[in-house]
Ligand binder design. Structure first.
Ligand code: NAD
Ligand code: UGA
Length: 441
């Protein structure tokens, strides 16, 4: 099939390359000319395992092209896939301006039968609006007679950053929202070769299912973070509790990792968008209000522990390991780590940071006065405390004997419980995790 993917971000670029790998002819369009120029040269715009290799393979096979000009690639497309960003607006709703602008752009050039697939995460009712906008733009362009040939499908994406290609190739399920059997069949054809159960549902259910999935996972995280607070105050250990409850298949072990809360470009904005959508439809989603509040509170409580242990942070040299919103990515969007570094800086601390991949992205958002260390150990030299904010497994392999001797004060505050099982307390450190209380007995 001939496919045009609009948006060359985590979702768009991954989709474009995987569909090309499946044998489709793909054109990937983005308004960011620098990104397109780099992609043309075979350079991946962000870190994602396997992406540079797949990019090279598909370019060499001539199965993908990159362009900023939709009109140059629209003429023989069977499908248009929308994967542009839907960030939070100032009220916490999904900002649909990029999506609607892309829909208008398709309608302005479309002169044949096609399906518009919406892969961006969007509020219920958006697919219908996208279709209406494409048809309206066709009318304006003098092709209103063909507008009835355009149809829409909601195919939300569930990939995780850092595992984007693997998740896309082997999804837990493929959710296809549509209101007609021909559309289901064509979307199925596009995915031939992708395993996993298919869930065929209405456009509205598909749109809501995507938000429900992210909101449920965020709820699990906030739940375990509240258990962590009780554990800390009562002498229990949240890691043991998570293991004990996670073995119940009705609960499951995933997303029970306590810490400084969820971040990233998706959970915060999607939980907020679902909360707003609910309110706009006359229902106060109280559970989600609490999920959001707990997530914000979790950072404050962690920061409070640092301050109460160290006293005034003014002029104190503090080392930070981790800036990405989670390990395995270079993405710092809505990262809890960035927020905590800014808080430390705001209190006058002398902050020196290290991250395995995210330092370049972090430099764009952190104040100039933040120092960037060339290695994890270098960051700790002369530090009065080390704060771990991202769960990079590499940090576990650092020589803690070297870290102890290079620090001025061997104090570790671990916002991810990443080092909790390394017995640092008996190796000369003061170690503070999240939800790890001292047993009373
Ligand atoms: P992103 O910010 O990485 O990329 C979006 C791209 O769209 C950018 O390159 C931008 O320049 C481009 N763009 C914006 N308007 C455009 C237009 N009119 N025409 C062409 N290109 C345009 O975004 P992302 O992380 O890939 O997310 C995209 C959507 O997918 C969002 O709705 C997000 O919630 C959803 N999603 C993201 C993930 C993830 O892990 N990042 C996973 C599942 C779903
Ligand atoms: C998340 C979902 O997992 C994907 O299924 C979804 O497609 C995507 O959002 C999206 O809609 O964009 P991602 O943002 O890549 O994927 O990251 P996750 O691995 O889900 O982690 C999100 C945040 O939760 C991170 O800050 C992570 O550190 C935190 N987290 C995760 C915890 O604090 N505890 C956990 O147990 C798990």
């Amino acid at each position: 099939m001939n496919l045009v993917v609009i948006g060359a971000g985590y979702v768009g670029l991954t989709s474009a390359l995987v569909y090309a790998k499946l044998g489709h002819r793909v054109a990937c369009v983005d308004i960011d000319s620098t990104r397109i120029a780099r992609l043309d040269l075979g350079q991946a715009p962000f870190y994602e395992p396997g992406l540079p290799e797949l990019l090279r393979e598909m370019q060499e096979a001539g199965r993908i092209v990159f362009t900023t000009e939709l009109n140059q690639v629209a003429s023989d497309a069977d499908l248009f896939l929308l994967a542009v960003g839907t960030p939070s607006d100032s009220a916490g709703r999904a900002d649909l301006s990029y999506l609607f602008s892309a829909a208008d752009g398709i309608g302005a050039v479309l002169d044949h039968e096609a399906i518009i697939i919406v892969k961006s995460t969007v509020p219920v009712g958006t697919n219908a609006k996208v279709l209406a906008r494409v048809r309206e733009a066709m009318k304006k362009a003098g092709r209103g007679d063909l507008a009835g040939l355009v149809r829409v499908a909601s195919v939300p994406e569930f990939l995780r950053e850092g595992r984007a290609i693997a998740d896309f190739l082997r999804p837990d399920r493929l959710v296809i929202g549509a209101d007609d059997d021909v559309v289901y069949a064509l979307v199925e054809r596009l995915h031939e070769g992708i395993p996993g159960p298919r869930v065929l549902l209405s456009l509205e259910s598909a749109e809501l299912a995507k938000y429900a999935a992210n909101a449920f996972l965020a709820t699990k995280i906030s739940f375990i973070n509240e258990i962590a607070q009780i554990a800390e105050r009562t002498g229990a250990d949240v890691r043991e509790v998570a293991k004990a409850i996670g073995l119940d298949p009705r609960i499951g072990p995933a997303f029970l990792q306590a810490g400084i809360g969820y971040g990233g470009s998706c959970f915060p904005k999607d939980v907020s968008a679902l909360h707003q959508l609910s309110g706009e439809n006359g229902y106060a989603f109280k559970l989600l209000s609490a999920v959001i509040e707990t997530n914000n509170h979790q950072r404050e409580l962690f920061f409070g522990k640092i301050e109460s242990a160290l006293g005034s942070l003014k002029g104190r040299r503090i080392a930070v390991w981790g800036l990405a919103f989670k390990g395995g990515t270079d993405d710092v969007r809505a990262s809890a780590a960035i927020d905590i570094v800014q808080r430390l800086y705001g209190r006058g601390a002398d902050v020196i940071v290290y991250d395995a991949l995210a330092m370049e992205n972090a430099k764009r958002v952190l104040p100039d006065a933040i120092e960037f260390a060339p290695s994890a150990v270098d960051a700790t030299i002369g530090a009065e405390a080390l704060i771990v904010l991202t769960d990079w497994v590499e940090f576990r392999d650092v020589s803690f004997e070297t870290v102890r001797t290079s620090m001025l004060e061997p104090k570790i505050f671990d916002g991810r419980n990443l080092l909790a099982d390394l017995d640092l307390g008996t190796r000369g450190f003061m170690y503070v995790g999240v939800g790890i209380g001292n047993p009373k007995s």
